[in-house]
Design a protein around this ligand. Structure first.
Ligand code: DQA
Length: 150
């Protein structure tokens, strides 16, 4: 494992309503809470020698602020923009500003639901989109980023 000074840093951003995971539409989003997912990510990051920070907000501007503050400080981004995936040019622009390998993650398969969920403002600027694999999608994203930024 790399020591904390040299470890590459990954930011994980969770968008609106993801604080309600575990209670919210379990048919789409499963029974794991956001704390469970963040804990699994933190454990996997330790295995991979990465430093991980997580952030959740229901507010678009707070997500943009956090990503601006991370510029130059992180080497990779995992983002589930939740409903903002389908609406937010501001979050797209913040991803572009970060200029780091980015993986977009969705717990549910956004391509098998309502038509408005099929469009993502992030997908074409991301390294990959992982959709429909639940918590595993975040863990696969972390492994893929670890390889990309090694
Ligand atoms: C989601 C899919 C979005 O369409 C939805 O608005 C969410 C969660 C997912 O993880 O499957 O809030 O991003």
């Amino acid at each position: 494992m790399a020591d904390s000074r040299s470890a590459k840093r990954i930011l994980v951003v969770h968008g609106p309503n993801l604080n309600m995971l575990g209670q919210r539409e379990p048919g789409h989003y499963g029974s794991r809470s956001l704390a469970d997912i963040n804990q699994a990510l933190t454990a996997k990051a330790a295995e991979l020698g990465l430093a991980l920070s997580t952030f959740q907000s229901n507010h678009e501007g707070e997500i943009v602020d956090t990503m601006q503050q991370a510029a130059g400080r992180v080497q990779g981004l995992i983002i589930n923009p939740a409903a903002f995936t389908h609406t937010s040019v501001a979050i797209r622009d913040a991803v572009l500003l970060l200029q780091v390998p980015t993986i977009e993650v969705h717990l549910s398969n956004i391509h098998s639901r309502e038509p408005f969920r099929r469009h993502s403002y992030i997908a074409d600027i991301a390294m990959a989109q992982i959709s429909g694999l639940g918590e595993s999608g975040y863990l696969f994203a972390l492994e893929a980023l670890a390889k990309r930024i090694a």
